[in-house]
Design a protein around this ligand. Sequence first.
Ligand code: NAD
Length: 335
Amino acid sequence: MSHVCVPGGAGYVGAVLVPKLLARGHRVTVLDNYQFGREVFDNIRGAAGLREVEGDVRDRDAVARALEGCDAVIHLACVSNDPSYELDPELSKSINFDCFPMFLAESKRAGVKRFIYASSSSVYGVSEVPDVREDHPLLALTDYSKYKALCEPLVLAEQSADFTAMVLRPATVCGASPRMRFDLSVNIMTNLAIVNKKITVFGGKQHRPNMHIEDVTDLYEQLLLEPAARIAGKIYNAGFQNRTIADIAQIAHDVVCQELPELGPIEIVTTSSDDNRSYRVNSDKIAAELGYRPRHTIEDAVRDICAWHRAGRFPRSLDDPRYFNVRTLKEAALA
Ligand SMILES: NC(=O)c1ccc[n+]([C@@H]2O[C@H](COP(=O)([O-])OP(=O)(O)OC[C@H]3O[C@@H](n4cnc5c(N)ncnc54)[C@H](O)[C@@H]3O)[C@@H](O)[C@H]2O)c1
């Protein structure tokens, strides 16, 4: 079992990953500035094996404190979508890229043996290639994606016999999390179906790659356990269903109607769009080399969100800024 440092561990993915790692016997240190609230760990705060360091990934002292005694890192911290990044590009770059060499150096100094970097399948940009594999050119369209791509070689350059470095490029994640994001495609449409009883689709023919939050977090744990030689210096895509936006809207519609029949009819309104650009990721490499088998579908993600809604776990889900990264950051900037 590992002692894992998870920078960004209080975010959407981390809020599912951290309790999972603890439940499977790992020790976890979260380094986060808790931009989206500290309540995310209310249920596990004080649990044996969990250490929280409230701090900034740009602060060398906080980073060194967080890495103390850790043998692995799963690096999730960043300004994590395009609109949030663009609110303040200089600040975002300082978080997503400028401090990254320092983080790597501190990791090595602390004796970390394994470093897993959460990149993104958005590094490819849009592509009409039906199977975007790891050797597809990186044509990032935004600074968020560009700096994700530029961190990758920095990680891989550190690969050595006693420092296993690898990069994961996950598809867009979907499903319920204690730190919920309703600014990701499946989650957005499900939320609109439940709250507005109306899903608006622009165009709809664009393909998007998706991955369930339980699958991506299972995979991060698998990457901790894999023999070093199998993952050393590797880059892997990770996704599951590549579906059109229209398909995703239909799935959200059908599953919400089934799970929450008391809502009555739900409408899908399709408007035309001249932006029909697609991207799809192919995950054959990680399936062949590591036996990766996603087990959860988009339907499961919608079903889970319905159950959490029904249980009252997403109050004011269209209005509360904390569910939307860009709105939270805007509010913080104004505060
Ligand atoms: N969610 C997705 O669909 C998806 C898809 C592909 C890749 N990823 C990558 O996975 C990672 C996690 O994504 P997420 O959806 O959980 O994002 P998120 O925005 O919910 O979480 C990011 C976390 O980083 C923290 N953070 C931001 N700036 C910080 C700073 N300066 N110092 C310390 N902590 C800071 C935030 O407080 C937050 O808890 C990101 O690197 C993202 O790029 C996410």
